[in-house]
Design a protein. Structure first.
Length: 142
């Protein structure tokens, strides 16, 4: 198992054992487990990630394909956008979601808010400047 997969497995187990709360780098941050199917393999994957809640719609969250500022998009992003759907575990709830990629000013506004709340996201954007724009996905309960 790769180091990243092993780290994810530990976060997933801790999330499920503690009603959606974890320690370490995610301590105190809003965390969701996103289920997505591999666009090539068809295999189900689970990816833990920080999210930004929608201002007025409690069943809608935004996730960010930052990949910690890497020059390429994460596989989970490509899987979700290819499928247009997935599911999430949020706290003790689990539900199916539809996927919509944000663009333009809407994308910029949501990303800026996440970067304001969590400065690491501003650093990810600096790392990818001129290489790629970090995608933002809206996950809405289906």
């Amino acid at each position: 198992m790769s180091e990243a997969l092993d780290r994810n497995a530990k976060v997933i187990a801790e999330f499920r054992e503690n009603e959606g709360r974890v320690g370490g780098v995610f301590e105190g941050a809003p965390l969701v487990l996103v289920h997505h199917r591999g666009r090539k393999s068809g295999q189900e994957h689970v990816s833990p990630m920080m999210y930004l809640p929608h201002d007025t719609e409690p069943d809608t969250v935004y996730v960010f394909a930052s990949k910690a500022g890497a020059p390429t998009d994460p596989d989970w992003y490509r899987n979700l956008t290819a499928a247009g759907e997935g599911s999430v575990e949020r706290g003790t709830e689990a539900y199916p979601v539809t996927v919509r990629e944000l663009t333009g000013a809407e994308r910029d506004r949501i990303y800026a808010e996440q970067a304001r709340r969590y400065p690491g996201f501003a650093e990810y954007a600096r790392k990818t400047a001129g290489i790629r724009i970090i995608p933002v996905l809206e996950l809405r309960q289906a």
